[in-house]
Design a protein around this ligand. Structure first.
Ligand code: HEM
Length: 486
């Protein structure tokens, strides 16, 4: 039977708040409401006279920081609350500026499909260009199209089959070694494993263990810097650590570039070096380095978070863990290839449901290129826009009992994800839709499949994960899990 998870319900918020704000002098739920309601709603900008457009309503939040701390504390709960209060298009203060948030299937479809090319990736550039300069996600329009066409050659089915063959042995040698004698922090084990996988699949094993430790730290620094409140590299700030991390990564990839260029190996680094369109377009050395840095980040954290979330829901829903285990055991002992992993339908639905309940990329950034409108609301040129896919995952028009963990909602004939093209969008939508969607899903499946084959796992009774949204959502306590050998 499906169980309730902690999300927007009153009771859930009290639970969540009591963990977050423990010794608060007044009821914590009131504290949350007062904080997030700070400020009188005002208009973002006046629509042109005679245009029939409506202004975007919203409020700044706390001085300087705006609502960023609300978001960091409450993540998707906060975004859902704003959606309920202001509707699909609203503004709030963040990063010292005004940010329009777009949520709900209709509004997100308009922005992400971007028919009139009025939304650029400038929102991402604003946030992360220092750290992920000229990554594919930061490129726009014709240039993006050309780079994506080249990169697509590194993500063909043959390439994915090759990557899977490298992922599986690494997973098989690691997962069975995890400790069963004391609780483990699963998020950190998974982060280590996905980094090892990335070193293998992305780098073709180039670089030593010491390198990979240094690279791990550099990635953490760059990713954390993206949501830094301070937006300049002042001493001691996360922003500065991120800039340093970027330099470390550039140096690392530049050092290994000649060997990747010379190789026809089946790692992603070599694949990017070799990728050529039928028209003969290829990446320059600088392109390869910029894309590798972005790809490592894009793949590493998202896959870790997805696996962590799915493992968490399997721990809190043992009946689903048993069901998925039966399916995995039925596959036999052979290391699974891409076809075998694709047969794991139950696991597929579990991963989809985990991605719905915890979207690893809860905000997708854009910027208006010209004056435009979303659902009749006026947005002037140069407005920062945050699309909130995570909100779509809870709208009752698309999802029955949205707070419930229920993977069968993705099975025919229910297919609740088909209620709207933009009901389920953990991988985004439109021309920037995640290029690593299939690879990421295969990697997550390979890890969970091995965990199911080798272990049972559980969390302490009554345990509820608290997600830290300082950058992408991660369990604040690393997710304490007890593993038992099967
Ligand atoms: C497994 C979980 C993953 C999730 C939830 C995820 C999510 C996303 C989302 C939401 C976007 C859209 C950003 C936008 O519209 O601005 C995106 C783009 C992207 N992702 Fe992923 N991602 C995942 C895994 C991966 C992996 C494994 C790779 C690479 C191997 C990857 C590479 C990329 C790239 C290159 C883009 C930019 C695409 C473009 O701009 O054309 N992602 N991802």
């Amino acid at each position: 039977m499906p169980h309730l998870i902690e999300r927007t319900t009153q009771a859930a918020r009290q639970r969540l708040s009591s963990v977050l704000l423990a010794p608060a002098p007044q009821p914590v739920d009131d504290a949350w409401r007062r904080f997030s309601r700070r400020g009188r709603p005002t208009d973002l900008a006046q629509p042109p006279a005679g245009s029939n457009l409506l202004p975007v309503r919203g409020d700044y939040g706390a001085p300087l920081v705006g609502h960023l701390l609300d978001y960091i504390r409450f993540g998707t709960d906060f975004a859902c609350d704003r959606y309920e209060r202001y509707g699909p298009v609203q503004w709030m203060g963040a990063f010292g500026t005004r940010l329009v948030t777009v949520a709900g299937p209709e509004a997100t479809q308009l922005v992400l499909t971007n028919k009139d090319k009025t939304f650029s990736q400038g929102g991402w550039t604003f946030l992360i260009d220092q750290f992920f300069h000229r990554g594919l996600m930061l490129l726009d329009f014709d240039e993006h199209k050309m780079h994506r066409r080249i990169m697509q050659h590194a993500f063909t089915r043959d390439r994915l089959a090759g990557y899977t063959q490298q992922v599986v042995p690494r997973v098989r040698t690691t997962v069975p070694t995890w400790s069963t004698t004391r609780p483990v922090r699963l998020y950190w084990l998974l982060k280590r494993l996905t980094l090892d996988i990335a070193t293998q699949v992305f780098m073709g094993g180039r670089g030593s263990n010491a390198d990979s430790e240094q690279i791990n730290q550099a990635f953490v620094a760059t990713v954390r810097a993206a949501s830094s409140l301070v937006r300049s590299p002042l001493p001691g700030t996360r922003y500065r650590a991120g800039v340093r991390g970027r330099r470390t990564l550039e140096h690392y990839f530049a050092q290994h570039l000649p060997s990747a260029r010379a190789s026809d190996g089946d790692d992603l680094f070599s694949a990017l070096c070799q990728a050529t369109t039928p028209e003969g377009e290829q990446f320059s050395d600088a392109d390869v380095i910029n894309h590798m840095i972005f790809l490592m980040m894009a793949a590493h954290d998202t896959a870790t978070i997805t696996t962590t979330a799915a493992a968490y829901y399997l721990a809190t829903h043992p009946e689903w863990q048993d069901r998925a285990r039966q399916e995995s055991l039925a596959l036999g002992d052979e290391p699974p290839d891409i076809d075998a992993l694709e047969q794991l339908d139950t696991l597929d639905r579990i991963i989809k449901e985990a991605l719905r309940l915890l979207a690893p990329v809860p905000l997708v950034m854009r910027k208006t290129v010209t004056d435009t409108a979303v659902l009749g609301h006026y947005l002037p040129a140069d407005t920062l826009v945050a699309v909130a896919p995570a909100v779509n995952h809870f709208v009752p028009e698309c999802w029955s009992q949205p707070d419930t963990f229920d993977p069968d909602r993705f099975a025919a004939p229910r297919r609740e994800d088909h209620t709207h093209r933009f009901a389920w969008i953990p991988f985004g939508g439109g021309v920037h839709k995640c290029i690593g969607m299939h690879f990421g899903t295969l990697e997550v499946k390979a890890i969970l499949h091995e965990m199911l084959r080798t272990h049972h796992w559980s969390v302490p009774p009554g345990y509820h994960a608290r997600w830290d949204n300082t950058s992408l959502p991660v369990p604040a306590d690393g997710l304490p899990v007890h593993l038992h050998n099967r």
